[in-house]
Unconditional design. Structure first.
Length: 304
């Protein structure tokens, strides 16, 4: 029985992490219903590790990155289907419908539900405008703008060195990938399919490891981005942002010294962590805006 439970946990872990933990697919809300925790459990853990203005602002940028990357990937997956199915937009339309339903009927406050649904619908509508060139600059650029605004307006600012480190990280991130694209872009374009399969296999391997979050996020972001640059593969490019968004969340926690929820849960069982992570990624937009709403209400009370 124990081995069966362990196998089941590994399979659910693979389904969550290998295609990008924060990306929403048509089956995700059903999978969370079977293998995940409730919204209330997700919010309790999420709110404990996300409370400062700077961290929340950077997480809002991560949400922008993940939703635009999500629908960029799904639209390219739709194109790979037979023409009759591609026109229906099974992946993109199916995912946005399922996600909006999940967020709309969550027990989050009304404003949080409206904001989360609006953010998803906005990304679905305008993701075709997020070309590789635009998105490459927009992602780190938005992080810099959010960090600068939050640092200037927050009552509790982060240390100056942490702020400068954040700016340097984002500038370096953009410069490194832009330089790589100029020097090595499309060098392995004729091996696109083989490299895509190899990368997906590598992600599956990482997703089956014990405590896969950090390896999947860091290596998934770097390997997918590198492979997409070398092969000019939009599928791997937009998939990379499933992991880059999570990586930027980790950077936000590092800059603000607010402990990431999953790191706080490392002491719990694998099954408990996995159940939370399913609810975390499924309800992420609602959890984030719910926490922003609660933080705003606290600030008004303090000022009053």
């Amino acid at each position: 029985m124990t081995s069966q439970i362990a196998l089941s946990t590994r399979l659910w872990q693979w389904l969550l992490f290998s295609p990008g933990p924060f990306y929403f697919y048509p089956w995700k809300s059903l999978a969370n219903h079977v293998a995940g925790d409730s919204y209330a459990v997700g919010y309790r853990h999420f709110a404990a590790g996300h409370y400062g203005r700077i961290n929340l602002a950077l997480h809002c940028v991560a949400l922008f990155i993940q939703t635009f990357g999500n629908f960029g990937l799904l639209r390219h997956l739709d194109v790979l289907l037979p023409v009759s199915f591609a026109k229906l937009g099974i992946f993109s339309s199916g995912s946005v419908a399922a996600w909006l339903a999940c967020l709309c009927w969550s027990p989050a406050p009304l404003l949080a539900r409206l904001a989360s649904c609006a953010s998803v619908a906005f990304a679905f509508r305008f993701s075709p405008l997020a070309t590789v060139e635009r998105f490459e600059a927009a992602a780190p650029g938005a992080m810099v703008l959010a960090l600068t605004w939050a640092q200037a307006t927050a009552r509790r600012r982060i240390h100056r060195k942490a702020y400068e480190r954040g700016l340097l990280l984002m500038a370096g991130w953009y410069a490194a990938w832009a330089l790589l694209r100029r020097l090595c872009g499309k060098k392995l374009q004729d091996q696109k399919l083989q490299i895509r399969c190899a990368v997906l296999g590598f992600l599956s391997f990482l997703a089956l490891r014990k405590n896969p979050l950090k390896p999947v996020v860091v290596l998934g972001s770097l390997v997918c981005r590198l492979a997409s640059t070398l092969t000019d593969d939009p599928v791997l490019y937009y998939l990379s942002y499933a992991f880059t968004g999570s990586l930027f969340q980790g950077i936000a926690h590092g800059l603000t010294a607010e402990e990431a929820t999953l790191e706080a849960l490392e002491r719990q069982s694998e099954a408990a962590k996995l159940r939370y992570e399913w609810s975390h990624v499924t309800f992420f937009p609602a959890l984030l805006f719910h926490t922003v709403q609660a933080a705003t209400a606290r600030n008004f009370k303090v000022r009053a």
